[in-house]
Design a protein around this ligand. Structure first.
Ligand code: ZN
Length: 435
C-alpha cells in the first residue's frame, strides 16, 4: 500500500529528510517550535550490522524530539519510510517471557469482558509472529493479524494464525470491509508510536470497527517516560509519544471515544485505552478521569513541563558515564545485557562503545554474531557472560531488570554486579536482590 506522509520527501528511494528545523504536528498540523529533547544524531535502532557491514557508511539522522504546543504530542520527524524499517524487522515479541504472560492474561480478560465467541472477529494490528492472537484459540474466537514485516508474518502463518502482510491504514481497512470483514475487537499493542500518519490510522480503525465494537491500544505512557527519564525509549522507529490527553484528542477527531483506561507495568509503564464509536453504549469509567487528573497534576497540560525535560536526560548521562569511567579506571570488565532498540539510543547518546563494553548479549539468536548500529558492540549469546565473568553487567532493557537478574542470578559466583542506568543509576548485587 501507499504510505501517506505530510513531512517526507523521498530521495534515493529510502531516505526522506523532513523540512529543515521543524515540521508540522502529526495530529493537528500545528508548527513544531519547541524542543522536548535533542539526543543528537543517531542511526536506525533496529539496523544491526553483519560483520561485513562494519566498514560501510552508516546513515545518521537527527534524534530531536519536539512537542506540539497545541495537542502536546511529542514527536520525531520521520526520516525513513516504514517500508524500510519493517522490511526485515529483527524484533520477535516471543522472546520475552513476561510479555508472553501479559499477552495471555489479556486474551482471557478481554474474551470475558466483551463476551467474545465463535461469531466474533478479533483483528490485531502489527500482530508480529502471532504470539498474542494464539491465545484466543482456546476460546474458539476467530482472529486475523495485520503485520507489515513479511518475514515475521510468515512465522505467524506457519503457526496457523491467519495474517495479512499490510501497513494498516484507511485504505487497508476499507479493503477489509469490502471483503465483508468488520471487527468486534481491534487490538493495537505498541503500534501507535510507529504510525507515520496517525489520522489515517485512526480513521482506518473507525472504519473497520463494528458499531458496538471495542478497540484496545497499549502504548508507553509519556508521563512515565518523563517522570523516570526514560529518554532511551525515544528512537527513530518511534515517531510519537503519547499521554492519555493526546490520545483522547486524536480519537475524537475520528468519531471515537476513550471509555476506559488501565495503567500497566509493561515497557516501563504503559496505558491500555479502550475506545468505541462515540454513539456506542459504553459509559465512561472513573479511571479515565483519574488518569487525566494525574496527568494534569504532573503538568502534561502545560508546555513548560515538556520543555524542561531535557535537563533530566543530561543528568542520567553524566551519572552513568561517571560510573563507567570510574570502573574502567579501576580495571573492571563490563559487558551489556540485551540489544533492544532502546539500548542503542542510550549507547549512542552517551558514547558507550567497546572501550567500555566488551560485548552485549541477547537471547534472540537472530542477533548473534552481529553488531549494534553506531557503537558496533558485538552481540553474543548470554552464555558468553559465563565465559568472560565480567565485574559488571549493564542492563540495557531496564524494564525487564527483575526478570534478567533472576535469570542471571548465578553471576554472584564470581561477584558480578548489575548496572541499571534508568530512572536513576543503580548498582545491584544479585545476592541482595530479592525476586
Ligand atoms: Zn498537535
Amino acid at each position: 500500500m501507499k504510505i501517506k506522509s505530510t513531512n517526507k520527501i523521498e530521495r534515493n528511494g529510502n531516505v526522506a529528510p523532513a523540512p529543515a528545523g521543524t515540521g508540522a504536528c502529526r495530529i493537528c498540523g500545528a508548527p513544531l517550535r519547541h524542543t522536548f529533547v535533542n539526543l543528537g544524531m543517531s542511526q536506525l535502532c533496529e539496523s544491526i550490522l553483519n560483520v561485513d557491514q562494519l566498514d560501510e557508511v552508516e546513515a545518521y539522522f537527527p534524534l530531536h524530539a519536539r512537542v506540539c504546543e497545541q495537542c502536546f504530542l511529542v514527536q520525531l520527524n520521520q526520516y525513513v519510510s516504514p517500508e524500510v524499517i519493517f522490511r526485515e524487522y529483527a524484533y520477535f515479541s516471543s522472546y520475552s517471557t513476561s510479555w508472553l504472560a501479559h499477552a495471555k492474561d489479556y486474551c482471557r480478560m478481554i474474551t470475558n469482558r466483551l463476551a467474545l465467541n465463535g461469531q466474533s472477529l478479533v483483528v490485531e494490528i502489527a500482530s508480529n509472529d502471532g504470539y498474542l492472537l494464539q491465545h484466543f484459540r482456546p476460546f474458539d474466537v476467530p482472529v486475523l493479524g495485520v503485520e507489515p514485516a513479511r518475514n515475521v508474518a510468515e512465522v505467524a502463518i506457519k503457526r496457523g494464525i491467519p495474517t495479512r502482510t499490510d501497513f494498516f491504514g484507511f485504505d487497508v481497512a476499507s479493503r477489509m470491509v469490502g471483503e465483508g470483514l468488520r471487527a468486534d475487537l481491534i487490538i493495537g499493542n505498541n503500534v501507535l508510536a510507529q504510525v507515520p500518519d496517525l489520522n489515517d490510522f485512526m480513521s482506518g480503525i473507525a472504519e473497520l470497527l463494528k458499531p458496538y465494537g471495542v478497540v484496545t491500544l497499549e502504548f508507553p505512557h509519556l508521563q512515565r517516560l518523563m517522570a523516570e527519564s526514560q529518554f532511551d525509549t525515544i528512537y527513530h522507529e518511534h515517531f510519537s509519544y503519547f499521554s492519555l490527553l493526546t490520545v483522547i484528542r486524536l480519537a475524537e477527531r475520528h468519531g471515537l471515544k476513550v471509555f476506559d483506561v488501565e495503567e500497566l507495568y509493561t515497557h516501563g509503564g504503559s496505558l491500555r485505552v479502550y475506545l468505541a464509536h462515540l454513539e456506542a453504549p459504553f459509559r465512561q469509567e472513573s479511571r479515565v478521569t483519574s488518569v487525566l487528573d494525574q496527568e494534569d497534576k504532573f503538568g502534561l497540560g502545560k508546555l513548560s513541563t515538556y520543555t524542561s525535560f531535557a535537563k533530566r536526560v543530561c543528568r542520567v548521562k553524566r551519572n552513568l558515564l561517571g560510573y563507567l569511567i570510574g570502573s574502567k579506571d579501576e580495571g573492571k570488565t563490563i559487558c551489556g545485557y540485551g540489544a533492544p532498540g532502546k539500548g542503542n539510543t542510550l549507547l549512542n547518546y552517551c558514547g558507550i562503545g567497546t572501550d567500555f563494553l566488551n560485548f552485549t548479549v541477547d537471547k534472540n539468536p537472530y542477533k548473534h554474531g552481529r553488531f549494534t548500529p553506531g557503537m558496533h558492540i558485538p552481540i553474543q549469546p548470554p552464555e558468553m557472560i559465563d565465559e568472560l565473568k565480567p565485574d559488571y553487567i549493564l542492563i540495557l532493557p531496564w524494564n525487564l531488570k527483575t526478570e534478567i537478574i533472576d535469570q542471571m542470578r548465578h553471576v554472584d559466583e564470581w561477584g558480578a554486579k548489575f548496572i541499571v542506568p534508568i530512572p536513576n543509576l543503580q548498582i545491584i548485587d544479585p545476592r541482595e536482590h530479592l525476586a
